[in-house]
Each structure stands twice: as C-alpha cells, then as structure tokens.
Write a protein that binds this ligand. Structure first.
Ligand code: SME
Length: 164
C-alpha cells in the first residue's frame, strides 16, 4: 500500500469530507481492528486539514471513563471522566459538540494551551454502543461548523459497519 494523504485545505468543506470519506473507505477496506482504523482516521483527518490535534478518546469503562487512543499532534491528556470537559460531556450525552471558543466552554480540559476551538463527535460501534469520542482541535478560533460535524460524523460511521 502506498497511499498518500490529500491536502484538503482551501477546498469547500462538504467536498473535502466527501473526498476524505472515499479515501478512508478505500484504505480501510478489509480492516476490522478498530484501533488500526482509529490510527488511520486520525492521520488522514489531521494532515488533510492541518489541525492542531486529532484523535480518539476510547471508552474503557462504559459510562465512567475515556482513555486516549490513537492521535496526531501535541501531547494529549490521558484519561477523561464521563461528564468532564468537552469529550466527557459528549460521551455522557452521546452527542457532537462544536466549541467555537474553548475559553467559553465551562470545564474545558486544556491539553495544549494553543488550542482555541474544537469539535467532538461520538463514535458508535455496530451495536450502537459508544466506542470512542473523536476530538479535533484547532489553533484558530471558530474553526469548525455544521459541515465539519456532518463530515466527521459520516466519516466515523465507518466504525458502525464493521463486525469486531
Ligand atoms: N479539550 C478536551 C480534552 C482533550 S484535548 O483537547 C486533546 C476536552 O475538554 O474534553
């Protein structure tokens, strides 16, 4: 395999995510290991858009604890309790969250002080169970919108299609 990561900066977001989805599906063809898939998705999303941090917090104790999984970027925090920070809130409430300004999100957990905005989306497994939270951080304020939410949710819907 000699796949490259496309540079999708400057392309309209809907089209960029569509291209990324096709690329990801092709690369993950035949893969059933969720950690291998998370590592691949993190690398693709991170470098395609040039984010500050892109990665997964895995559910290690359902309803209780998230632990960092495959990621790209600066050093990530290791454990996040359900209900804490942006990731823990998304996990507890099973919903995507867009944070235009991290300083205005009560309880935001700072892993890298240069992060200014972020988006998190739940990753569901084949039984509809919460596998992980995908977290993407940017140095720019207000970097993410509903197009990112839709694009990332569609991208991680891959995890629900795989029998583990
Ligand atoms: N900001 C996140 C923590 C994870 S890092 O940004 C990598 C949060 O508040 O949950």
């Amino acid at each position: 395999m000699a796949e490259t990561i496309p540079d999708l900066r400057g392309i309209p977001k809907a089209r960029a995510y569509e291209e990324l989805r096709g690329h990801t599906k092709a690369i993950l063809d035949g893969i059933t290991d969720p950690i291998a898939a998370m590592a691949t998705v993190a690398a693709l999303v991170h470098h395609a858009f040039g984010h500050l941090w892109t990665g997964f917090y895995r559910v290690v104790e359902p309803g209780v604890l998230l632990r960092v999984g495959p990621y790209q970027g600066s050093l990530g925090c290791l454990d996040i309790a359900f209900g804490r920070g942006v990731c823990g809130t998304a996990a507890a409430e099973m919903r995507s969250i867009i944070v235009p300004d991290v300083d205005k999100f009560p309880g935001h957990i700072t892993c890298d002080a240069s992060s200014r905005s972020e988006i998190v989306v739940p990753v569901l497994g084949p039984r509809g169970d919460l596998l992980a939270i995908l977290d993407v951080d940017s140095k720019q304020l207000d970097a993410f919108n509903e197009e990112d939410q839709r694009g990332l949710e569609q991208l991680v819907s891959w995890f629900a299609t795989v029998k583990q």
